[in-house]
Design a protein around this ligand. Sequence first.
Ligand code: NAD
Length: 351
Amino acid sequence: MNTLELMKEHGHELVSFHHDRETGLRAIIAVHDTTLGPGFGGTRRWHYATEAEALHDVLRLSEGMTWKSAAAGIPVGGGKSVILTPRHNHPATEAEGRAMGRFVNTFNGYYVGAEDVGVSPQFVDWMALETRFVAGTHSFGGDPSPFTAQGVVNAMKAALAHIGRPVDFAGITVAIQGCGNVGTNIARILHGLGAKLIVADIRSESVRNAVDLYGATAVAADAILTTRCDILCPCALGGVLDGNVIPKLRCSIVCGGANNVLEDYDEDGALLKAREIAYVPDFIANAGGVIELAGLYLDMPEEARARRITDIETTSLQILRDAEHMPSGHAAAVAFARRRIAEAKEQVHAR
Ligand code: NAD
């Protein structure tokens, strides 16, 4: 399918490709829906095997941001950007960050960037030398992952309640895939709440950190998804749960930080439902980071941002309940977000 057809199918407003002659930067910005506000979403630096893979990623991620912010009650729309690096672990430079900042600036606030996989507050600082349309610099929000992690833990509480378990992590086993920024912060919070942790990462030093600091048990990266646990918490990349993996899961709950965990929202969501695994859709569980950064960008007081992160628990519970009468958790969450967008439109028309 060509790009315009894909955009039409998923409702995207804009997709823009950029090549910077000086630095060689290759990047794509996608804005999905700006009904509620500017397209807000992080910048991902990744080595994609093909350009089509990068496009697929940025389209899915930007759409997810629309639903995520709407469901979280943050008046921004959905956007995302990706930088296509020439190889894995390609070092980030100030020149590249500035080039990306100039690209973001051409949108004059219609798209607002922030961190995502492969992008640190340092990189956002470099982008911010060229544009004011970013959040998550060292002096403006910083690393959002502690907020994302707190939101995921709040969503886990809802899932425990939903399956009739006490909302108490003592004795609960949580398997975390990916001990990066989000996964490590979730491990820290859950360790404090008495959970037993099983972790895996493709980087051995990240695993060691979680073992040493939070008493986690390490397993091989290819074993974590099918490890026996109460809660499976995917915190690496998307598309990890599909028709091959879901039948082998040995958990009661899937609730994590990674975006687009399901390879196919509808089919895989229905498979999880058929297996009676409670699934908190990723964009509901992991909204803490965007609540914090977009909230700051919008000058929302700290108390209002914190309240929305606490509210992830009630929103998750509502969606888990709605999902019982719908084909999948994903469908229930998108319907919830669409209702929020429709309500906002009605309010604008009523004025
Ligand atoms: P990160 O890069 O810090 O961590 C990802 C970790 O996953 C890395 O340590 C990496 O080595 C590991 N990993 C990659 N493939 C793996 C595999 N197959 N098995 C095991 N480990 C693997 O990124 P992050 O900021 O922690 O984000 C993690 C996920 O959460 C991403 O999908 C991101 O889009 C999403 N997310 C992050 C935030 C945030 O606040 N940072 C907010 C919302 C969503």
